[in-house]
Ligand binder design. Structure first.
Ligand SMILES: *[C@@H]1O[C@H](CO)[C@@H](O)[C@H](O)[C@H]1NC(C)=O
Ligand SMILES: *[C@@H]1O[C@H](CO)[C@@H](O)[C@H](O)[C@H]1NC(C)=O
Ligand SMILES: *[C@@H]1O[C@H](CO)[C@@H](O)[C@H](O)[C@H]1NC(C)=O
Length: 395
């Protein structure tokens, strides 16, 4: 008898443990077609207060979703499974974001679903791509101070402004993410990251109207690997130095990526009238395939759109330890390589190895220009590398 009892209760305890090892599911419980803003917030808050792992489920189907902030800290790791499609209100333009995830540690977002920002109507009436003095449209998805997180297998469509913005993250991975908006949609950066430590963007597809991945100040340890970009404006570090109180950028690795039909390729841009003197270092681009990419390799320390600054001033952002290796394919214009470094702070330790960029336009062949930099060259150099004039730093 005693033995049997022991066996039964051991089995019972095993089952209890088994159950608690699986996440508790909080279904939004709404019908397709409904506005789920309140239901999602309620499900999130309940899950967030649940003492063990939980999942918030948005099942298959199309739903409307208004502006929402899902804020931790939560009591245990939390997952949002988006299986359906959530659609923003195309006319809701008076906010800085559509969806925000804030202060969550141990976060997963997956499920194969779609965030549709319904940007079309908003793009037409917005003029932020022509002037600074404009009302910014909402960013589709913000991750603010989210740590130990994995975002996998979701799609962002037609964001009104940036698709995804990340700030204050630690240890965050984006994998198999798909981002789509028309080439002519304004300011629809794919993933913007800044002031974070340890972000990976892996095996993803980003086709949009602005930068594919853009890197803001304070970004440390970013890996972008097996990402296909285009159309759009390519991968950009910066712009840096426009504002005061910026932080250094370091440890950026872009590897095994493809850029197709983008307006820029691999770019580092800093403002000439730098409001601060920070640095950007340890930035490596390796194994990149270019398909008809304009300005494939570009360091621009005279970045000054709409003449918002005095181009004669030197950028005070110090660029160092930068490499471009195995960069091959076709350019969409003759400016294949342009390394325009600051006359106040020439770039240090710039390396180019196995560059093979072809341009077949009538105004060709491709060119390689540099100023205030003396790059170390290895392997193939097509086009022929500059003879690297270095001017002395300004006193
Ligand atoms: C990073 O986050 C993942 C969750 O996506 C977690 O499994 C992993 O343990 C974290 N790594 C560290 C070093 O904390
Ligand atoms: C890039 O991909 C190749 C195989 O396609 C692999 O051998 C290499 O390790 C990858 N490079 C990096 C830096 O991940
Ligand atoms: C390259 O891109 C330009 C636009 O930047 C386009 O006009 C041209 O047709 C493209 N060329 C090829 C060969 O696809």
């Amino acid at each position: 008898m005693g033995r049997v009892n022991f066996g039964v209760s051991a089995f019972f305890i095993f089952c209890l443990l088994g159950l608690s090892a699986n996440a508790k599911v909080f279904n939004i419980g709404s019908k397709p077609g409904c506005d789920i803003t309140k239901a999602l917030l309620k499900a999130f808050n309940e899950a967030c207060q649940f003492p063990t792992k939980s999942t918030v489920l948005i099942p298959k189907g199309e739903y409307k979703l208004g502006e929402i902030e899902m804020t931790g800290p939560c009591k245990a790791p939390i997952r949002i499974a988006l299986q359906g499609t959530v659609k923003a209100d195309g006319n809701a333009v008076h906010s800085e974001k559509w969806i925000a995830f804030r202060n969550i540690d141990g976060f997963k977002l997956n499920g194969g679903g779609v965030f549709d920002g319904e940007g079309n109507a908003a793009w037409r009436v917005n003029n932020c791509h022509h002037t600074w003095k404009c009302k910014k449209l909402p960013i589709s998805i913000r991750f603010d101070f989210v740590t130990n997180a994995k975002i996998r297998g979701i799609t962002s469509l037609d964001a009104k402004h940036f698709h995804i913005n990340v700030i204050g993250a630690k240890n965050m991975t984006f994998e198999e993410v798909k981002i789509v908006a028309p080439a002519e949609s304004p300011n629809t950066d794919g993933i913007h990251v800044g002031r974070s430590d340890g972000i990976k963007i892996i095996n993803s597809f980003i086709s949009t109207g602005d930068d594919c991945v853009s890197v803001g100040d304070g970004m440390k340890n970013l890996l972008v690997e097996r990402v296909t970009c285009g159309p759009g404006h390519g991968i950009s570090i910066g712009s840096l130095g426009r504002y005061g109180h910026e932080q250094d950028v370091m440890g950026i690795k872009i590897v095994n990526c493809t850029l197709q039909e983008t307006d820029n390729g691999l770019r580092i841009k800093t403002w000439p009238t730098a409001a601060c003197s920070t640095s950007a270092s340890d930035i490596h681009f390796e194994n990149i395939l270019l398909k008809n990419v304009s300005n494939p390799i570009l360091i621009d320390q005279e970045y000054c759109p709409w003449n918002q600054c005095d181009k004669k001033k030197a950028s005070t952002i110090k660029l160092s330890k930068i490499s471009f290796k195995n960069i091959r394919g076709t350019s969409g214009n003759k400016d294949a390589v342009k390394l325009l470094c600051s006359k106040g702070h020439p770039c240090q330790n710039v390396e180019l190895g196995n560059i093979n960029i072809k341009y077949t336009g009538a105004d060709g062949p491709a060119t390689f220009q540099c100023s205030n930099v003396s790059p170390k060259l290895m392997g193939t150099q097509v086009p022929k590398a500059c003879s690297s004039p270095v001017t002395k730093p300004l006193k």
